[in-house]
Design a protein around this ligand. Sequence first.
Ligand code: M6R
Length: 607
Amino acid sequence: MCGIVGAVAKRNIVPVLVNGLLRLEYRGYDSAGLVVVHEGKLERVRSAGRVAELGQKSANTSGEVGIAHTRWATHGKPSERNAHPHMSRELIAVVHNGIIENYEELKAELSAQGYEFTSDTDTEVIAHLIHSHYAQGSLLVATQMALTQLVGAYAIGVIAADNPHLMVAARKGSPLLLGVGEGEHFVGSDMSALLQVTRNVVYLEEGDVVEIKADSFRIFDMAGVRVQRQMHVSELDNDSVELGKYQHYMQKEIHEQPQALANTLESVCNSQSLVPGIFGAEANDIFPHVDNILILACGTSNHAGQVARYWLEEVAGIPCNVEIASEYRYRTSVPNPKTLVVTISQSGETADTLAALNHAKATGHSYTLAICNVPESAIIRQSKLRLLTRAGPEIGVASTKAFTTQLAGLFLLTLVMAKVRGRLDETREQQFLHELRHLPTAMQKVLELEPQIAEIAAHFADKHHALFLGRGMHYPIAAEGALKLKEISYIHAEAYPAGELKHGPLALVDKDMPVVSVAPNDALLEKLKSNLQEVRARGGELFVFADADTHIHSSAGIHILQMPEHAGFLSPILHTAPLQLLAYYVALQKGTDVDKPRNLAKSVTVE
Ligand code: M6R
């Protein structure tokens, strides 16, 4: 939700902090701040604006130890007074990602001890708590003592004015990485913030506290026992987090889809047959016992699950339910130990999805599979089986390449399940593998529609509402198109299965309501054509993404964009890209902040 960077070195680390925050801005961009120790004092700079503004404001600040933060507001509105770092009596400074659930109780206790609160955040209690213990021990011990009093999730960085060469950091429920440099050390919410200084990284584990100096670090587990954690060398390259020739990350990420799909499918496409082992060694034992599938996810990832339901039931013949993760844990459901619980998440740290996974486990589900884009994420670590989508870092808040690679992963699950259940013969398996191998090329051809899509975007610029239609497995794709449009252009957009239109939403259709339709050449095409006529008869302007062989042609009020080829079961993956491009070009017309839409953040680590 928020982004944290911290550094201890023997040089001025302010540029490292600002560059790191620029990389993490996708996680939250309501306000930003940093603090360093300079000549025995905490020097804090905060800004209610973006990181670039913080960079200007901190141009004359310097220090060899410091922490920095970019915020997505939870407690307290976005403002300079609520921006992190938060301080206690000019001695302790803290940055925090997460939510402290018992902060009101702690605030009352600390107020009674004479601590003054200058913000509306939950974080400020952490600074005061650490301060209250600091007189009795080191910064490490004071932080450890404070953490025992917190209920909730946190990743924190802590420094003290009287300790110019030391930082303490900790995590529980929110991600934090330790970057290991030469004679300098760093922390960051993710690798993209650290790439500027090092590739060597330690993934801190739940409850870890780390004491960091320029030349050394010591990690302690939740029980306070000193532990060794493995160091990894990140494979991420700087290009993957740079904009390069693109205007926005969203545009870059849309165009990265052919490669992202190829990477995700690489191991499978290079082999001659599909095996459960691609989901983890234990899948060989688990999959034959599975008699139904429950998919839990939020937002775009939930749409991927909805497409998969069609695949799993039709191709693998296995019952499948898809639930919004934030709803699942709050209803009484009937657990079935033979259910495979599949969570889907780009970030692997979405609080609602993680909570749903833990709820499923607590109610007796032991077969869990995560489809996720971030190795070492909480959702991956807490699931028995896993499939990593290899989309690379997704920085635009609107999810694009993560979605299509999730679909690719879910199609693999469908095929493996079908095979385990004796519903996939050798010929069909080879045919599907052939289609999967062709998928990146097919996606590349779809992206060539970009100039035509950029042209039709102009029709949406002055509109306030839009409808998206699809049928069958393309209905979730219509829903994904509507989500993209509303998320980045702020045009109100809703999706309906086309047959549902006449049961109510048709009343909305007039010349000011553009209607976007996904029209693959499938069994429902003729029915869809009738639904489109119903729209046209009411003056609605239609924008139809039709397969090449559908024989629907443009006419007055009907704009047809021909997809290059028909892809059968993989069609939802290809039909996604034009809708992403449409949302992108409409947002450009409207001049919105495409990569950082208002009120949103990339990974939603709060409920
Ligand atoms: O990281 P996750 O896939 O778990 O995130 C779930 C949603 O918050 C996310 O898909 C969101 O809906 C997208 N930003 C929409 O583009």
